[in-house]
Write a protein that binds this ligand. Structure first.
Ligand SMILES: Nc1ncnc2c1ncn2[C@@H]1O[C@H](COP(=O)(O)OP(=O)(O)OP(=O)(O)O)[C@@H](O)[C@H]1O
Length: 238
């Protein structure tokens, strides 16, 4: 069953077409990989779905509701959450305070209930130093904190934008386990990732974007053998 439908969506920035006539569906409960070379339009597509940008053309439907024109905070309330490629933690706050922001703004919690649920999220995601300031925690913990902040809004679908970058092998394993655990709680996941071993291990299906268009769709094992996908990554003409 589909949770999200993107219907003939195009996004132009001036003369540049970042996303070109994209139609896709995300199935409830799946881990979908969104892959493609640099500049393919992956982040822009996520921005269009989460409401950071509005589409130039096309329609986006979430659980049967047309969200095309909704502002980001309303999409968040409906259950769409995302992390950012470049983490944007609030440096003067502690780990738990950063996570609370998601609950306070996304779910309308008060400080007391917000702190309680943020601490539960810390425990669930393996953040062992909730009262530490950010200059004293690892890159892995900052990334987990970003995910926990998105989770604090109680999402039905979570977009993860390059959460593995900068992690060593052990940390990557930990993050793969974390993402699976989140999905197992019933959250649908769409992950943008350049680390293909992660995509191979984590996703049931991938969508490949190149120059703003979908060029392939299917299990990673199949799609990664396709000539046009290999060419897109190698920079040749297919
Ligand atoms: N706000 C913006 N204004 C103008 N151009 C933009 C904007 N955001 C993205 N673009 C352009 O749109 C195209 C797609 O960029 P996007 O960041 O979506 O690609 P991506 O697939 O996420 O790339 P990467 O893997 O490098 O993060 C690029 O040419 C980019 O320069």
């Amino acid at each position: 069953m589909s949770i999200l439908k993107v219907d003939r969506v195009t996004k132009r920035f001036g003369g540049l077409v970042a996303v070109n006539d994209v139609t896709m569906e995300i199935q409830k409960g799946e881990i979908l990989g969104l892959i493609g070379p640099n500049g393919a339009g992956k982040t822009t597509l996520t921005n269009l779905i989460s409401g950071v940008h509005l589409v130039s053309e096309g329609k986006i439907v979430f659980e049967g509701t047309d969200i095309t024109l909704l502002p980001a905070h309303k999409r968040c309330k409906l259950g769409i959450a995302r992390t950012f490629q470049i983490a944007r933690p609030l440096k003067n706050l502690t780990v738990v305070e950063n996570i609370m922001i998601g609950g306070l703004f996304g779910k309308g919690e008060n400080l007391k209930t917000g702190r309680k649920s943020a601490l539960e999220l810390c425990e669930g995601i393996g953040l062992k130093k909730p009262d530490e300031t950010l200059d004293r925690i690892t890159v892995l913990d900052i990334k987990k904190m970003e995910i926990a902040r998105a989770m604090a809004t109680n999402p039905k679908i979570l977009f993860l934008d390059e959460v593995m970058s900068g992690l060593n092998m052990d940390e990557t394993r930990d993050m793969i386990y974390t993402v699976r655990k989140i999905r197992d709680t019933g959250v649908t996941i769409c992950i943008i990732e350049h680390v293909m071993s992660v995509i191979r291990e984590l996703t049931e299906r991938v969508i490949v974007l190149d120059r703003g268009e979908i060029i392939a769709e299917g299990p990673y094992s199949v799609v990664s053998m396709q000539h046009n996908v290999i060419s897109a990554y190698l920079g040749e003409d297919a």
